[in-house]
Design a protein. Structure first.
Length: 393
């Protein structure tokens, strides 16, 4: 027997979707709960004729979103929540949620950069997120050529004791980035490095150690510089072991190995003493810079400007001959001694070789060289040969 409403009619696979929906609406009648269940119009939980999600206080939802934002592994974790419904979109952009955003949640890819991404980072900055201040400051300073605004954002993060921001401002002071060579402030760079080193920043510890060994911006103290380099190596090893507590430590990491193996994915962690560990992960801001100036994007620092040769840095020159070159081969240049030391052990040690170099057309040899000494490649902290030393031209 066929009912008047056609519930028992045979299903027609060719039925128009609009007709099918109209017939199902007749079956559901005017019951809003029945419509939600039948058409799956909302993922919200329905019980007792009311929506349980709507009954949750905003404070509880904000607490959940703050936890999500602080532990997100990528931006998509929060974006997928924002597009769920209007309420979650409004609460997800609350200043409390944005202020808790994790470093991974803010890692914008250079190929996906847009005005929307810029606005989102600015919202996080306005909410008081110092990680967003540093990332957006680096992007504006080096990629968008907005030096004043970028430096201000990095300074804002540095005031909040952001170690990477302190170290980046130290590099700016050491090189006089965004200004002229005469605007370098070595003492300010050392002071910023010391503050970042106090907060445990590994590159700042390494940079400060080299400055003390070389007497660069500070009174020379070889023993104290060596101590800072030992601290940098030990802290980097401790960071890796904390991130992977169940990892089995190969004996090659902790035993003397004066000759680094050629090839492989390892980067010497205790590099000054011949020990190796996996390459440390670069900060999202540095990855953005490296991707922004890669061959795929087509963005360039500018005519005659170069990038730091350390693959994990990504910093470009802000004026010609800002970075220093290797005095042996003259084919690589670095923004800092820390980048030079890391790249030397990671890659350049097996590639560096004396070559015939022509003088620059304008007669400018740059701000300086990493000059060789002794065996032609400089001397590292234990005197067994290593990266070149910094010297002003």
């Amino acid at each position: 027997m066929r009912t008047r409403r056609g519930v028992c009619y045979p299903k027609d696979p060719n039925m128009c979707p609009a007709v099918k929906r109209r017939r199902l609406e007749e079956v559901a009648g005017g019951d809003s709960i029945g419509r939600r269940i039948m058409f799956k119009e909302s993922p919200q939980i329905v019980a007792g004729g009311r929506d349980l999600f709507d009954s949750l206080p905003d404070d509880i939802v904000l607490t959940i979103l703050c936890k999500l934002s602080s532990t997100a592994a990528c931006p998509a974790d929060l974006i997928n929540v924002l597009i769920t419904c209007k309420r979650l979109n409004g609460l997800g952009l609350h200043s409390l949620v944005l202020s808790k955003s994790s470093q991974r949640m803010l890692q914008v890819k250079a190929k996906n950069w847009s005005e929307a991404a810029h606005r989102f980072l600015k919202l996080c900055v306005d909410a008081g997120n110092i990680e967003a201040s540093f990332i957006l400051g680096m992007i504006r300073f080096y990629c968008l050529h907005n030096r004043g605004s970028g430096a201000s954002l990095m300074a804002k993060a540095a005031i909040g004791s952001h170690a990477s921001a302190l170290y980046s401002l130290a590099i700016v002071q050491f090189n006089g980035s965004g200004s002229s060579k005469n605007d370098k402030d070595l003492r300010a760079g050392v002071a910023l490095c010391a503050r970042a080193a106090f907060l445990g920043h590994v590159d700042a510890l390494r940079e400060l150690g080299h400055c003390l060994q070389d007497g660069y911006g500070v009174k020379q103290n070889v023993a104290e510089g060596r101590r800072f380099l030992v601290q940098a190596n030990a802290r980097e090893l401790a960071t890796f072991l904390a991130a992977a507590p169940s990892a089995v430590v190969p004996s090659s990491w902790l035993t003397w190995n004066p000759h680094r193996h050629v090839g492989g994915s390892g980067c010497p962690l205790l590099s000054d003493f011949g020990c190796n560990v996996p390459t440390p992960e670069a900060h999202p801001a540095n990855r953005f810079l490296a991707d922004w100036f890669s061959d795929q994007t087509g963005n360039t620092p500018g005519p005659g400007l170069r990038l730091c040769s350390h693959s994990g840095c990504g910093r470009p020159e802000t004026r010609r001959h800002e970075f220093r070159r290797c005095s042996v081969c003259g084919t690589v240049n670095y923004c800092s001694r820390a980048c030079q030391a890391l790249d030397w052990k990671l890659r350049h040690k097996v590639q560096c070789a004396p070559v015939e170099r022509l003088a620059d057309e304008d007669g400018d040899n740059g701000d300086g060289y990493f000059n060789g000494a002794g065996n032609g490649h400089g001397a590292d902290i234990d005197g067994n040969g290593g990266e070149a030393m910094m010297e002003e031209s």
